[in-house]
Design a protein around this ligand. Structure first.
Ligand code: SF4
Length: 262
């Protein structure tokens, strides 16, 4: 599933991660609030989490092209993994039907989606041939660590959670996926009792469908930041005063930009 260097990296530095804050340490990770946010709430891009408040409390619905594009990129990458046990002919024909059903706002990326699909198909076929255990969007119970009933990493390779995302436009975008992987790791640990020291983020560049793989060490500092953010978001959901807008300029790419600036 992973390129060779990713396996080598994990093998060589494996065992180096020091972590006390494990998912099975219920004295440390148990919820502090009744509200249980989802992983996407905890890792939302807004600094003050106003986007979570708008979505979950004020029930404002937006469906920007960025959202749609993100969902399609996930589905394109995951498609061969979902159907890897079918014939190659059926996988390719099914993918064609999927592409034809896409929203017109993202159809201009058709060629990039094909390139991405071909790469993912190669990984899926190789993993299947090698017998590498991969689950697609497995449902991991997460209430024990104060999150929604279940969380769903995009993929799980053995016990390693994998998250797929569009390559962020700024350095800050990378932190969100690191946090998400920490949340998945804590949930897997709470569920299985198996330590999870690494996660893998795959960033898709829409220009040429290239992939940027990042191995994330899930150490104590990342775990603590995740839990602090989880509590901050839970507090917003439980005490639903409207969060103030941040002092800094908001990115125009935020799907709620128009709503907040009204
Ligand atoms: S526009 Fe700004 S305040 Fe509103 S949700 Fe987006 S980042 Fe947050």
């Amino acid at each position: 599933m992973f390129p060779r260097w990713v396996w080598d990296f994990i093998r060589v530095v494996g065992g180096e991660v020091v972590a006390e804050v494990r998912g099975w340490r219920f004295d440390v990770v148990s919820p502090r609030f009744v509200a249980r946010p989802s992983i996407s709430d905890v890792t939302s891009p807004c600094l003050v989490k106003r986007d979570v408040w708008l979505r979950k409390v004020a029930r404002v619905r937006v469906d920007s092209v960025v959202f749609v594009l993100g969902r399609v990129v996930h589905e394109v990458f995951l498609y061969p993994f979902r159907y890897v046990n079918e014939s190659l002919w059926d996988i390719v024909r099914g993918f064609d039907r999927f592409l034809n059903s896409l929203n017109s706002s993202v159809k201009k990326y058709r060629d990039v989606f094909y390139k991405l699909f071909r790469k993912a198909l190669a990984f899926a076929l190789y993993s299947s041939e090698e017998g590498i255990p991969i689950s697609v969007e497995p449902m991991i119970p997460a209430a024990a660590i104060g999150l929604s009933d279940y969380v769903k990493p995009d993929l799980m390779v053995g016990f390693i959670p994998v998250d797929i995302a569009l390559a962020p436009s700024s350095d800050k975008g990378f932190e969100r996926k690191e946090l998400a992987l920490a949340g998945y790791a804590l949930a897997i640990e709470a569920w299985t009792g198996h330590p999870v020291d690494y996660g893998v983020a795959i960033y898709v560049n829409l220009g040429d469908a290239s992939l940027n793989w990042k191995v994330i060490r899930i150490d104590d500092s990342l775990r603590r930041v995740f839990l602090e953010t989880r509590d901050r978001v839970a507090m917003i959901l439980e005490h639903p005063e409207e969060p103030p807008q941040p002092a800094d300029q908001c990115p125009q790419t935020c799907p709620y930009f128009e709503v907040c600036r009204r």
